[in-house]
Write a protein that binds this ligand. Structure first.
Ligand code: FE
Length: 182
C-alpha cells in the first residue's frame, strides 16, 4: 500500500477507535479524505481501470472490524450510477476528473424528487451522504470524453451491504454492489 493511503487508513482507524459519532466522522474523516485526494499519484494502476460499459468500484481497504471501507470509483466517459442509497455514512472525495452528484428525496407518495441542482465535485473536494444528511443520490462522470476517479469511504463493508436502487416512481429494488476486485 502506498504511504499516502496507509497514512489515511491509519488516521481513519484511530478515529474509529475513539468511538466517534457520525457527525465527527463526517467532519474529521472528511478532512482526512480531503488531504488524501488533494494529491494524485498514489492510487494503484489496477484500481484505476475503467470498464467499457459500467462504472467500477475497487476495494482499496477494509477495516478488519468492518467499521469502514475505502474504495476507488472509476467512471468511464459518460458513465453513471442508478439512483441509490447507502444506509450508512459515506464520504466522497474527488481525485481525478469531475463527477456530478445529484441528491434526491422521497416526496409525495414516495416519488423521488431532486433536492436542488447537481453538485459538481472537482479534484480535492469532498462531500458526504448518510441517512441523516440525505442518503439517496445519483452520481455521474461530468465528462463524456475522459475517465474520472473518486475515492469513497463508507461506514461498513459497503460492497456487502443490503441497500436499494430506486425507479423514478420511488420503487425500491434490492441492491448489493460488491467489488470489481474482491
Ligand atoms: Fe453513492
Amino acid at each position: 500500500m502506498h504511504a499516502r493511503l496507509r497514512q489515511f487508513v491509519n488516521a481513519m482507524t484511530a478515529l474509529a477507535d475513539t468511538g466517534a459519532d457520525e457527525a465527527r466522522i463526517i467532519r474529521e474523516g472528511g478532512a482526512l479524505l480531503r488531504a488524501l485526494v488533494s494529491q494524485d499519484g498514489w492510487l494503484p494502476a489496477e484500481c484505476a481501470q475503467p470498464d467499457p460499459q459500467y462504472y467500477r468500484q475497487y476495494l482499496l481497504y477494509l477495516d478488519p472490524a468492518k467499521r469502514f471501507s475505502v474504495l476507488s470509483f472509476v467512471w468511464g466517459p459518460g458513465q453513471s450510477t442508478p439512483v441509490h442509497n447507502h444506509t450508512v455514512w459515506g464520504l466522497i472525495g474527488m481525485l481525478r476528473g469531475a463527477e456530478l452528484n445529484q441528491a434526491f428525496h422521497q416526496g409525495v407518495e414516495g416519488r423521488l424528487e431532486r433536492s436542488g441542482p447537481p453538485q459538481r465535485l472537482e479534484p480535492g473536494m469532498v462531500t458526504a451522504v448518510s441517512p441523516m444528511l440525505g442518503d439517496i443520490h445519483q452520481v455521474e462522470n461530468a465528462y463524456d470524453d475522459r475517465v474520472s476517479i473518486g475515492i469513497h469511504v463508507y461506514g461498513a463493508d459497503i460492497g456487502a451491504v443490503e441497500r436499494a436502487v430506486f425507479t423514478a416512481d420511488g420503487e425500491m429494488k434490492p441492491f448489493r454492489s460488491g467489488y470489481a476486485n474482491a
